[in-house]
Design a protein around this ligand. Structure first.
Ligand code: ADP
Ligand code: MG
Length: 450
């Protein structure tokens, strides 16, 4: 089951929480009429019947809101309010041919909206994302000179948008003369449609061609369903490439798997295509502790470990888990115990941890996928066809078996430093070798299904 840890979910959790603790009349008068108009990870837009509702909510539930919602730089919860407009009589305006073209949201062009929380400094590194972070820092420090475009792909909630915004912040701070623009593919398409409708498309094109030096494009996979805009994107990317201007894109899939034209795919593959992996257990623990620290919430290592073992493929959910635990402990004044974690986070835990994986199982799976013999993996031959799978087995043993390097070494008749060396070598190789990366993934899946 996937659980959305966005602000809409936070709002409903907040309501649930308050409902249990306030009188039915108060709840029905003040909170029940509020409607969610828009919600994403960043903010929640609420529609309220009148301004008093806003004041009531903000002054009575300040502490609770801060626990359920992300907070803004000014410490306020990420909530916005609009007052519901009374329904108007439908009316048809008289045709007016000379009407001036409505002012297109020009101000939108010039300001780049970067999330202040998404910076390199708050991005926790581990084996699975180190390469991406270095590549991102590379293009941010030498725009247009290393990989152009940089294409980052990976699953949901793994930090792609975080890295994209980090690049934006870095460039603004370190190359103040460069004009940075960040767009989401959906937002850009909507803007294109607006400008087409208002016949101001040339102005928009001019802006993106002449007034931007560094373009960050989030979620290019959305172009797949809007193919009539593909040409526009392609021309834009070509313009940037030809003028040595940097482009960075994110996507949930690599270019080769996107349903786009060959021309577009080739364009996207031109620079560097980098994969954002799922963070390993240790990195997940570090992320949890970092997020807890940001909230001033003390998350002991063993509890962080327990959560990280059970939420493994989505950092956003790790964040959601911290928020939820924080809310429970603070508001109910309960101590943080393993039982509380099980109770409060049970729906986030994808499935109970499977029986611990053993080195023997890893050796068997590696042998099956790489078509080698287990005894060779334990042996000493340095032949590449054996040595690489052996390193993969060591790498997976370190990741999946909670044992010291020293004890792992015993299984392979190797020292702990050899194991460590093998792990580093595999981490490096899978960044560059797509086939090997897939084989490692296959071993993982093979182990899961065993
Ligand atoms: P994606 O764009 O890949 O779906 P996001 O960049 O939106 O994912 O990340 C989801 C959440 O997880 C964000 O709040 C982000 O800050 C956090 N996050 C992801 N990876 C990391 C990381 N390595 N270190 C710290 N926070 C992370
Ligand atoms: Mg994203």
């Amino acid at each position: 089951m996937t659980v959305a840890c966005d602000t809409q979910t936070a709002w409903f959790q907040f309501l649930e929480f308050v409902k249990e603790r306030s009188s039915a009349t108060a709840f029905n008068n003040w909170l029940a009429p509020i409607q969610v108009l828009e919600a994403d990870e960043e903010r929640c837009l609420l529609e309220i019947p009148n301004i008093f509702v806003k004041e009531y909510v903000l002054s009575n539930y300040k502490k609770e809101l801060a626990s359920f919602f992300p907070t803004r730089e000014n410490g306020e919860p990420a909530l916005d309010f609009v007052i519901r407009t009374p329904k108007k009589e439908p009316f048809t305006p008289a045709p007016c041919l000379n009407q001036a073209t409505p002012k297109v949201k020009e101000e939108k062009f010039n300001e780049v909206k970067l999330n202040y929380r998404y910076k390199f400094s708050s991005f926790i590194e581990g084996g699975a994302n180190q390469f991406i972070k270095s590549a991102a820092m590379g293009v941010a420090s030498r725009p247009g000179q290393s990989y152009n475009p940089l294409f980052i792909h990976g699953g949901v909630g793994l930090g792609k948008t975080h890295i994209l915004h980090s690049i934006g912040h870095y460039v603004l701070e370190n190359h103040p003369k460069l004009r940075v623009q960040l767009i989401t593919t959906e937002g850009f398409i909507n803007e294109l449609v607006d400008h087409l409708r208002q016949k101001t498309i040339d102005r928009m094109k001019r802006f993106y061609r002449s007034d931007v030096d560094f373009l960050l494009i989030d979620d290019i996979q959305f172009l797949q369903n809007r193919l009539n805009f593909e040409e526009e994107f392609c021309i834009l990317l070509e313009h940037y490439a030809n003028n040595g201007k940097q482009v960075v894109l994110t996507s949930d899939k690599p270019p080769s798997q996107l349903k786009l034209s060959e021309r577009m795919k080739a364009r996207l593959e031109w620079g560097l295509v980098a994969h954002m992996g799922v963070p390993e257990l240790e990195t997940r623990v570090a992320i949890l502790q970092n997020k807890a620290e940001q909230k001033g919430f003390n998350l002991p290592h063993d509890i962080a470990f327990l959560i990280a073992e059970r939420i493994f493929n989505n950092v956003r959910q790790l964040e959601g888990a911290v928020n939820r635990l924080n809310a429970h402990c603070r508001l109910l004044n309960t101590p943080l115990t393993r039982d509380l974690v099980e109770h409060v986070l049970s729906d986030l835990f994808q499935h109970t941890p499977k029986a611990k994986i053993t080195v023997e199982e890893i050796l068997k799976s590696v042998a099956t996928i790489f078509q080698v013999r287990v005894q060779d993996l334990k042996g000493i031959t340095r032949e590449k066809s054996i040595a690489v799978p052996r390193q993969v087995a060591m790498f997976l043993a370190k990741e999946l078996v909670q044992d010291s390097l020293m004890s792992l070494g015993v299984y392979f008749n190797k020292t702990h430093s050899t194991i460590l060396h093998a792990c580093k070598a595999v981490e490096q190789k899978i960044q560059e070798d797509e086939k090997l990366r897939k084989q490692v993934e296959m071993v993982r899946r093979h182990l899961e299904s065993a």
